[in-house]
Design a protein around this ligand. Sequence first.
Ligand SMILES: *[C@@H]1O[C@H](CO)[C@@H](O)[C@H](O)[C@H]1NC(C)=O
Ligand SMILES: *[C@@H]1O[C@H](CO)[C@@H](O)[C@H](O)[C@H]1NC(C)=O
Ligand SMILES: *[C@@H]1O[C@H](CO)[C@@H](O)[C@H](O)[C@H]1NC(C)=O
Ligand SMILES: *[C@@H]1O[C@H](CO)[C@@H](O)[C@H](O)[C@H]1NC(C)=O
Ligand SMILES: *[C@@H]1O[C@H](CO)[C@@H](O)[C@H](O)[C@H]1NC(C)=O
Ligand SMILES: *[C@@H]1O[C@H](CO)[C@@H](O)[C@H](O)[C@H]1NC(C)=O
Length: 237
Amino acid sequence: MVSFILCLLPALLATTNAQAANLNCNLCSGTAASCQASTQTCPVDKAKGGCFTVAEENTLDGTKTTSFSRGCLTDYNSTIKDPVTVTLGNGKYLRINTTRCNDTDNCNSGTLAVPTGSTTVNGLQCPTCFALNVTSCNSQITPCTGDETYCIDFIGTIQNGSATLSLAAKGCATASTKDIPAGTSLVSAFSTYNLTKVTSNPAEKTPTSGASPALGRFSFALYLPGLTGLLLVKLLA
Ligand SMILES: *[C@@H]1O[C@H](CO)[C@@H](O)[C@H](O)[C@H]1NC(C)=O
Ligand SMILES: *[C@@H]1O[C@H](CO)[C@@H](O)[C@H](O)[C@H]1NC(C)=O
Ligand SMILES: *[C@@H]1O[C@H](CO)[C@@H](O)[C@H](O)[C@H]1NC(C)=O
Ligand SMILES: *[C@@H]1O[C@H](CO)[C@@H](O)[C@H](O)[C@H]1NC(C)=O
Ligand SMILES: *[C@@H]1O[C@H](CO)[C@@H](O)[C@H](O)[C@H]1NC(C)=O
Ligand SMILES: *[C@@H]1O[C@H](CO)[C@@H](O)[C@H](O)[C@H]1NC(C)=O
């Protein structure tokens, strides 16, 4: 009996605390119009959580999907903080505008614009690829555009309804991707992305005059086995 009460006590206290410090967030997902019309809310513990707003456009499944969502974050720091765009080659991209707030009830009821892409090349390049159900993808070098000045490389999952698919992707991305820690989730109207492994580094310049820099590196790579061989001979001698 005593242990039963001891077990119950923290739960009761937690419930009381949570109720005392709840934040209500606007809740919706779907088209811009259905999100604008929504009067639904969700509660979240103000000490840990917050509200989010997302406007997203992506072409990952071959068609362009535009979606809007608002809701509760159990952990305020578990999601991306700033707008992100990622271009993966072959017409595949993911563009997310997002904000978070935790100060007042329904602080997330504003409307965000879907990020517009740019087709203006910016002199940088990245390996690009995208594949589902795999842990790596074969990339090809693609010029970057607009403000996508970083190269991102990630693996993760897409949860779509009850289905969870793994994915691997590389591409040009906005500098805001350099702050994304592994384990971050991106919540959109129809899918939740969980980035289990992610790196993002400044993109390399596109070689200007012909293929000389690439050739330089290529020929160095050709020399490498020879150099290693020489070194081995040296060491063995
Ligand atoms: C609430 O939001 C502010 C401003 O973004 C942030 O500094 C603070 O850490 C947030 N609170 C929690 C509990 O995460
Ligand atoms: C979220 O991150 C901010 C800044 O790094 C930190 O001050 C805050 O305590 C974190 N919130 C939680 C709930 O961990
Ligand atoms: C995000 O939405 C806001 C509000 O509509 C807009 O001012 C901003 O330019 C958008 N950001 C991006 C990256 O599209
Ligand atoms: C991924 O794997 C799941 C389960 O093995 C399968 O149902 C699905 O069709 C696969 N999707 C793709 C795009 O290969
Ligand atoms: C996710 O589900 C939606 C609706 O059920 C479907 O149209 C879309 O193709 C799915 N996306 C992926 C990546 O499986
Ligand atoms: C993402 O996936 C990792 C590993 O599968 C898991 O530990 C983590 O809790 C997930 N994060 C979210 C926000 O779902």
